[in-house]
Design a protein around this ligand. Structure first.
Ligand SMILES: Nc1ncnc2c1ncn2[C@@H]1O[C@H](COP(=O)(O)OP(=O)(O)OP(=O)(O)O)[C@@H](O)[C@H]1O
Length: 252
């Protein structure tokens, strides 16, 4: 059995008592990429957001069940949400850099978490940008606004920003859907590199992308987890008719 990065038990999420995620249990492997797929409205983003308590920000939403990261239950009232989001980073569909310099986008998180030493911050900035395959493109313009970067570069900056605080897990909600094919290929390549160190959970509408980047795939339908398996098995020999229909493009 692979090492577990995150364990979800009987998770349900409601909006004003209407269930959007229904009693989902699954273990995410550490150092692997898991793709969450399914038709629009099946609850993928809701499920993903609940993994680092982003759903707390939606007043009508209610979450039940357990999400374990090592010995900690994320949904426990005693969980410190700020340090939780340090352990579980998030990359959104549209790049959302801070309106600050490239350097400050990366340094912000570590500084917030207590790193004050300039040399140490410089090192974190360089390492994070290098890991996100962005150092060469930015090393001569670190103090320029992050908004001067292209969309694809901004998305890699957002990935670098999440890496800078040393997370265990990175959640990605369709991270390449707003990008051109070249930038998408760079993001996919980067995901392939990052999985050596992180548990990555990615929502994608793109079946080819799921097949290219992930080792495991979870298929959701109407808020339920229909099938969860190794990606190559899921795409060549799915066990459920609904999965087969979705993957072959018969609906969704
Ligand atoms: N903030 C919200 N308030 C109320 N209902 C919501 C909210 N966000 C999502 N929903 C509902 O929850 C269900 C699941 O939505 P969710 O966005 O999680 O699905 P999804 O599979 O990610 O869809 P998509 O692929 O289109 O992004 C849908 O019926 C949606 O209308």
């Amino acid at each position: 059995m692979d090492e577990i990065g995150l364990s979800v038990k009987n998770l349900s999420v409601y909006y004003s008592d209407r269930p959007a995620v229904k009693n989902v249990s699954l273990d995410f492997a550490a150092k692997q990429v898991t793709a969450l797929i399914g038709p629009s409205g099946c609850g993928k983003s809701t499920f993903l957001r609940s993994l680092n308590r982003m759903n707390d920000l939606i007043p009508t939403s209610k979450v039940t069940g357990e999400i374990w990261i090592k010995e900690d239950d994320i949904n426990s009232p005693s969980t410190d949400v700020v340090s939780l989001r340090q352990k579980i980073g998030m990359v959104w569909q549209r790049p959302n850099p801070f309106h600050k310099s490239i350097y400050e986008n990366i340094a912000f998180g570590p500084r917030y978490h207590g790193v004050k030493n300039k040399k140490q911050l410089d090192q974190i900035v360089e390492e994070s940008l290098t890991r996100a395959a962005l150092w060469d493109e930015t090393k001569d313009r670190l103090h320029h606004s992050a908004l001067t970067l292209s969309g694809g570069q901004q998305q890699r900056l957002c990935i670098a920003r999440s890496i800078a605080v040393q997370p265990d897990i990175i959640l990605m909600d369709e991270p390449a859907s707003a990008l051109d094919p070249v930038s998408t290929a760079k993001i996919e390549e980067l995901i392939g590199e990052l999985k050596q160190d992180y548990c990555i959970i990615i929502v994608t509408h793109n079946m080819y992308q799921a097949a290219r980047v992930s080792q495991k795939t979870a298929f959701f339908l109407l808020g339920e987890l229909v099938e969860y398996d190794a990606t190559d098995k899921m795409f060549t020999n799915p066990q459920k008719a609904e999965t087969s229909d979705y993957i072959s493009g018969r609906f969704g």
